[in-house]
Structure formats: C-alpha cells, structure tokens
Ligand binder design. Structure first.
Ligand code: DX5
Ligand code: ZN
Length: 215
C-alpha cells in the first residue's frame, strides 16, 4: 500500500493535490504534524487537517512529531484522523496514550527513529495497530533513505508475524521508485512517499508507478 505524504505538496494548490490522491488512488494520506520542538520544523495543525479532510474519503494516517501528543488526541480525532502515530519518547505514559487513541475507535501507532532500538515493542506490540519505521530522521521531506532501516524492517516483520499479525508495518522517509521494492521485500505493508510523488513533474504518474509495485 502507498501513503503519499502531503508535506511535499504546494500548499497553495491542495484541491489539485487531492485530485491526484483520489485518482491514484492512494491507500492512505500521510499527514505529518511537526511542532518545531520535538522536531526542528513546523508544518501545520488540526484546523488545516480538518479542512483537507473534506477533499477525500481516503483514510488519514496522521504522524504526530509533537511533544505531549496525548493532549491533541481529541482535536486530531475531530479533524478526521483514522490513524494516530506517536513517537514513544514524546509522551510520559505511552501505554495510556495508545489506549486513549484506541478508545476513540481509531488506529494507534508508534514511530521508531533510525537510531532507536525496537525494545519499546516488547511491551506494546499487542496494543498496536501500526508500527512506523523511520528511514530518515524526522523533521523534513526530501532526505536520503538510511539503509540500516532495511534490517530493522525485517526484524519488525518477524515480530509482527509472531506476536500481532494484524498490526501494519509502515516505512517513512527517503522512499523513491528505485528503492521502494526493497522496502516491500524487507516486509513493509505501507510505504510513505512525499517528495518522490509531489516533487515529480507528473505526481499522478509517479503515484501510479508506486501502485504497480507489490509487497
Ligand atoms: C519526515 C516525515 C516524512 C516525510 C517523507 O519527518 O515523517 O513523512 O514527509 O518525505 P520523503 O518521502 O520526501 O522523504
Ligand atoms: Zn511521516
């Protein structure tokens, strides 16, 4: 499955960008929320997400790169998020935060940065609907894929198959048409692509080419 990240969009033109997502079609819309605190960049907030939600029925996969995400579960739920993914170290009581997301009836995920170990999964995997493996350091679109992510994806695939087969494995950062197949082959269910789609001369054609790849 493919989840284009709208971070690389021209924001003066969102109707046209969503026409691409709807026509592709994309499986998810990946929405990157950055607070300028946990990550060194600021993107946009829940009011914008709420307005964008009107442009598509495709599920919104919301990646929270913010401190204290537990304080924003309600607003992003109200804005139309279908998945909320948090970074474990941004919330004091991770298990409580995951339960609070699931109590809204939406999917809960955690994101793991390139230099972070998988230990956090030991006591959370049963509660997770999604694991997001970061293949760049969070904060910006258009960075290069960190290849050590591939072994990590394989390890997480194994863990999911053993412990919670319904959990989705998503990979985010630096994915292009020339490395996406390797990411699927390592075990990803969902790949995120931002600049490879919205930075392309023909975004719809790029999205369609991603769709031709198979996990
Ligand atoms: C990075 C974001 C990514 C980013 C992906 O912090 O989480 O979702 O938008 O962009 P590309 O595909 O350009 O690396
Ligand atoms: Zn992301």
């Amino acid at each position: 499955m493919i989840a284009p990240s709208i971070l690389s969009c021209d924001f003066s033109n969102m109707k046209q960008n969503f026409d691409v997502l709807n026509e592709g079609p994309a499986d998810y819309v990946h929405v990157d929320i950055m607070d300028g605190n946990y990550v060194p960049n600021i993107s946009f907030g829940p009011d914008i997400v709420k307005d964008l939600r009107k442009l598509s029925t495709i599920p919104f996969d919301v990646h929270l790169m913010i401190e204290h995400p537990e304080q924003y579960i309600n607003v992003f739920f109200d804005a139309g998020a279908d998945i909320l993914t948090v970074h474990p170290q941004t919330t004091a009581h991770l298990s409580r935060t995951l339960q609070a997301i699931k109590a809204k009836g939406i999917k809960a995920g955690i994101a793991i940065n390139p230099a972070e170990s998988l230990d956090v999964l030991n006591y959370t995997i049963q509660d997770l609907d999604l694991i997001l493996i970061m293949s760049v350091n969070p904060g910006f679109g258009g960075q290069s894929f960190i290849t050590t992510a591939l072994d990590k994806i394989k390890a997480v695939r194994k863990l999911i198959d053993e412990k919670n087969p319904s959990c989705l494995l998503e990979v985010d950062g630096g994915i292009k048409l020339n490395n996406a197949q390797a990411v699927y082959d390592a075990g990803a269910d969902i790949i995120v692509a931002g600049s490879a789609i919205f930075g392309a001369t023909d975004p719809l054609d790029a999205l369609k080419q991603f769709r031709e790849l198979r996990p």
